[in-house]
Ligand binder design. Structure first.
Ligand SMILES: *Cc1c(COP(=O)(O)O)cnc(C)c1O
Length: 386
């Protein structure tokens, strides 16, 4: 800049130089807004000729991640948000409004349960929670104002595999929109959109990013619905920050290799824990897809095992109230993810004080198995000594 004072120069000197070379990795557009050289240029944005205006509405890094997730789910469009919960919220609000009714499965992620039963309720949106084991029973709960049917492809923490074909045919028959949380399965294992589900949602905090350093969400699916979700995202201000979007895009690149290892480790652990003393039950799906059965293994300790000793005996495995990192971690559903679910629902589902959810990492299989077998043994022994 010429003919300006030093104080003006300091503000403008750096940050505006263009780059002709194309960078291998998409740069981080760490900016709250975009510049326009004329009013025509600004009008061009609203005519759809310029891409970006304001980061709350859209940003190249958000778009990059959204396109990536949509492509992996084989869906035509996607939008990303600040968290899995905000993704679920904008996905739902793209479909329902005050006076409408949602039919949801009863064994939902606790945060989703709270969103539906508390927050959306105050917006005048009612939800009925039912068991999705029997689709005929689900059909009986459909009301004239039911607009959305909502479930998870593989449920948390007991890993029930949802009957997606059943949901699709029920939704089509009654003209209801279907929405599936595909966080646990990931598009590596399952792509609900290809089966006819209208909206697929993710806590990208989990496998899509995969490194436990970002909180993010993604909604992909039918173009008309995603356009609405994108508008809600901007209006409600739950946009994903550019750096977090950039990190999540980086994480997404390794989804396949991570999942391959996660899934094969989980299968091995589930098999080995089946006949480990001190473990009453192993929850691991028998068949989700030909790509495998996911990377979460949930166990229930014997009644006479001490759950505290189990957790204390886990050596390098940490207690972490999340999942899907490259590190193997454990969580305690009753104390964290399912704390907000009514006690009678937890009891009915079988989420009791001896249930432990294992997020199987990408370490060496035999090391992982060894840790859990040892802890199960210790938990049993310690209790017998009491
Ligand atoms: C973690 C999780 C969520 C919520 O995602 P956040 O990123 O924590 O907001 C939703 N659904 C499932 C299945 C989850 O595991």
């Amino acid at each position: 800049m010429k003919d300006v004072h030093f104080d003006t120069s300091t503000v403008h000197a750096a940050g505006h130089s263009g780059v002709k070379s194309v960078s291998k990795v998409k740069p981080i557009y760490q900016t709250s807004a975009f510049t326009f050289s004329s009013l025509d240029d600004l009008e061009d944005y609203f005519r759809g000729k310029n891409d970006y205006l304001y980061t709350r509405m859209n940003n190249p890094n958000q778009d990059d991640f959204a396109k990536g997730v949509a492509e992996l789910e084989q869906a035509p469009a996607g939008v990303v948000t600040s968290s899995g919960i905000s993704a679920i919220m904008v996905g739902i609000l793209a479909v329902v409004q005050a006076g409408d009714h949602i039919l949801a499965c009863e064994d939902l992620y606790g945060g989703t349960y709270t969103l539906l039963s508390e927050e959306l309720k105050t917006f005048g949106i009612e939800t009925t929670f039912v068991s999705f084991e029997d689709m005929d029973e689900v059909e009986k709960q459909i009301q004239p104002n039911t607009k959305l049917i909502y479930s998870e492809s593989v449920t948390n923490p007991l890993l029930r595999v949802e009957n997606l074909e059943g949901i699709v045919s029920l939704a089509k028959k009654h003209g209801i929109t279907s929405m599936i949380d595909n966080t646990f399965a990931t598009p590596f294992v399952l792509q609900p959109y290809t089966l006819g589900i209208d909206i697929v949602v993710h806590s990208a905090t989990k496998y899509l990013n995969g490194h436990g350093d970002v909180t993010a969400g993604a909604v992909v699916g039918r173009e008309d619905l995603i356009a609405k979700a994108q508008a809600k995202m901007g209006h409600l201000g739950c946009n994903l920050g550019p750096f977090d979007a950039w990190l999540a895009s980086r994480g997404l690149k390794t989804l396949s290799v991570r999942m391959e290892r996660h899934v094969s480790n989980a299968q091995e652990l589930a098999d080995q824990l089946q006949d480990t003393k001190g473990i009453k039950k192993v929850y691991y799906p028998e068949h989700v897809s030909e790509k495998g059965n996911g990377a979460i293994v949930t166990i229930e300790l014997d009644e006479n095992s001490d759950v505290h000793t189990f957790f204390k005996s886990l050596d390098w495995v940490k207690i972490v109230p999340t999942l899907a990192g490259v590190e193997t971690t454990v969580s305690y559903p009753l104390g964290t993810s399912h704390r907000s679910l009514p006690a009678e629902v937890c009891e009915k589902l079988g989420i009791n004080k001896n249930v432990i959810r294992i997020s199987v990492g990408i370490e060496d299989k035999s090391d992982i198995c060894k840790v859990f077998k040892y802890a199960a043994e210790q938990a049993l022994v310690s209790n017998q000594n009491l």
